[in-house]
Design a protein. Sequence first.
Length: 263
Amino acid sequence: MRTKFLSIGLLILLTGSMITGASAQDMKDTEVGVVEKLDSIIPLKLIFDDEQSAPVALGTLVNKPTILSFVYYACPGICPALLSGLSDVMQRVDMQLGKDFDVITVSFNPNDTPAEAIQKKQNYLRTKSKPYAGSWHYLTGDSASIHKLTNAAGFFYKQAGVDYIHPSCIVILSPTGKITRYLYGTTFLPFDLKMALIEAQKGQSRPTINRVLEYCFNYDPEGRRYTLQVTKISATIIIFFALILLIVLIIRSNKKKSKTQIQ
């Protein structure tokens, strides 16, 4: 009986290692995408330039729940949609920007300038009713600072000519700079954002269901769409059912041996 359970346990460990190992390898090889780094503290001593070209340390901007977003200001694709979606949800959530939370938008293009940052900021301020000016910070920086921050946040992108291939998400930070949640896409539900900010205030981190979707789907940057990863899903299903079948066979074999010994 002990041998049976040792065999089953060993098989479960091996199967789990195969699946987990593949996931870890995927994260290690990530060129474009998000690797969630929940409970990590972003490097608060990094210096960026604000919209007025004044150097500012990240730590001086993070003193309440904070939404961190990564864009580049000349982006022709999802960055404007992300900023628009973020601006829209802040209009609809029953929390006050500047009082309950702040927002930091950082350009990951080291060639972007404070002049471009303030122009982008004013584009959203003109059409919105809430007073965003002092609490939504648009930052630019050098390549070293950008790389350290995006790496710490698990945000990976790739340059393609003058543009970039990159994911779309916002990162929720606690008042101490701890990463507590990731929200994906370009549009966000007020309830999701409110809960994420409340959890951030308490310092509670929560994984997102999107990680499951990321396992099942792969983003094709050329086709600009998500494709089902049939091979990965099929392999997981086959391993799962093979494990079940082997457990059943082991149990049946042991039952037959027990009956034989009794007779």
